[in-house]
Design a protein around this ligand. Sequence first.
Ligand code: MN
Length: 327
Amino acid sequence: MSDLALDPQETPCAGGPPEGPVHDALPGREVALGPHTVVRRLLPHRSRRMVGAWCFADHFGPDDVFGGPGMQVPPHPHTGLQTATWLLDGEVGHADSVGSVQPIRPGQLNLMTAGRGISHAEVSSRGASPVLHGPQLWIALPAQEAHGPPRFEHHAALPALSAVGWSATVVVGELMGARSPAGTHTPIVGAEVAVRGTGALELRPEWEHALLLIDGSAQVEGRALEPRSLAYLGAGRREVRLTAPAGARLFLLGGEPFPDELVMWWNFVGRSHEEIAEARADWMAGVAQPDPGSRFGVVTAYDGPPLPAPALPGVRLKARTRRGDPA
Ligand code: MN
């Protein structure tokens, strides 16, 4: 999916040690992706840029967030990241510049690795409900993979775990010894967790974690998860106790704290302003003159023009901590 905000801001993200066990409720902010479309942006947050390698999280729906025709996102580029598409409701068709054409339904993962550059389109499947519900998630690639070849994976079968009080699907990375087959490049976890009653998830204390409440209501270590927020839990936890007497669904994000300073702008992740500016110029050259052999290629399975990039802001970046803005 795409960051369709009309005036994307260049966002620096920097590495550094996570805090110990905390529970910071980070309220999502509403971002307009078009005249009728509002999503909740949970990452990057002003006071928390990343959780492990997770560098971007939007929560769509569960409404008809696109106002009738469903999702209609023309071809747009990515660099330096993986997009993880996971739906709770709806159906979206994916087509990309490496030739993939793949509808995705709830319970399945589309994982697209941009590397040096890829472009893709996403449209609600014809005849399917325009209702869309799910997180839109990006994973930053480590330096040695950030300029690698683009590729795409679809996973319809993912490992399931369960214990007293909960069950989980390991979407990305590893949880309690269960490993997703999806190809990732840093120690990471992304998992959907259904809670009913009380139970505990075992976590890796060297990783940082966060929980997103998808539906229902739940408590973490006795404290309620706030709706429309990301609960940042820090590092240093060997387990986390979850309670949801009436049932709840959560999404767990976690991983090893990401060491590199990053720059995010629009749909690009890079390591300098210059890298971002070059990616934008390369994309716009391909918009002007489509070339299957160019950096971002052509999405041949999409009938329509690609999405032009917004103007780059004139302001250059300053280094900031990974925790967030300077005081
Ligand atoms: Mn996208």
